[in-house]
Ligand binder design. Sequence first.
Ligand SMILES: Nc1ncnc2c1ncn2[C@@H]1O[C@H](COP(=O)(O)OP(=O)(O)OP(=O)(O)O)[C@@H](O)[C@H]1O
Length: 306
Amino acid sequence: MIRVRGLTRRYGDVLAVDDLTFDVEPGKVTGFLGPNGAGKSTTMRVVLGLDRPTSGEALVNGRPYAAFGQPLREVGALLDPGSAHPGRTGRDHLRVAARTNGIPSRRVDEVVEQVGLDRAARRRVKGYSLGMRQRLGIAAALLGDPGVLLFDEPVNGLDLDGVRWIRGLLRHLADEGRAVLVSSHLMSEVEQVADRLVVIGRGRLIADATTEEVVGGLGHVRVRVRVAEPDRLLAGLRAHGCEAHRADDRELLVTGCAADEVGRLAHALGIPLRHLSEVRQSLEDAYLELTGGSVEHHGRQAEAAR
Ligand SMILES: Nc1ncnc2c1ncn2[C@@H]1O[C@H](COP(=O)(O)OP(=O)(O)OP(=O)(O)O)[C@@H](O)[C@H]1O
């Protein structure tokens, strides 16, 4: 598992990661969400020993990355799919990584098959599509059969088939008991596959809970109701404990009470309904609401949009 405790990383004046604490547990996919510049890659780089914390710590299976003699057996990562040497074949790229980590070369064939590279593995990396590079990067992450896996924006730029394949793979790896951390700046990319969500903004923790809890806490259901006597229904709804306000001279928007409750109340008050529906806030909207205040340059963008 990964344990991040009070992790802070400062670059000059920029506080990239600010006192971050969370766990990535085995057997689960943990989605690591945050807008661009939130500090996701920095956190992952510290976990992988590619960057040092200013304070706090990030441990893999109870130890810092630097403590592992053969780290690929403990933790695998997809950070930058463009990192393989373009002149090498995919298979050679994996062979070199296996050799330097004391991993038997038969593992190369296994991971090539697992990610579906097969024939392409004999071709040079410079001819690979983005999807193939992504598969090669994932094959490298899986080489040492590690119990901990990190994927930084793995579906970036992939077509729908590629996105589905990655989702299936993440699920499978977690079901095998591995701790899987997958970052994204889009809620829609991870909410379908993540068991837990760690949401950050400007380097700080915003939410750390199961996906259902985060989604449930975010997705307000609003009820839209149209009647001839909105003021009377408004008073009735408020007396009943619902939050309600006028949308226009006929229509009310209600939160905190379900549509059937609103319908029953209107009926009890003898107010005929002209329209009654539920309006679900999209998850993406809710996520933007959650992280909106933490987007870098948000103020400037908002001003420019005026
Ligand atoms: N080596 C560095 N030197 C200076 N500033 C850096 C460095 N690395 C990251 N930063 C800054 O730290 C902040 C967090 O960046 P980071 O790349 O970790 O965010 P992110 O959440 O991964 O964003 P993205 O989704 O855009 O990749 C940003 O303000 C970034 O400009």
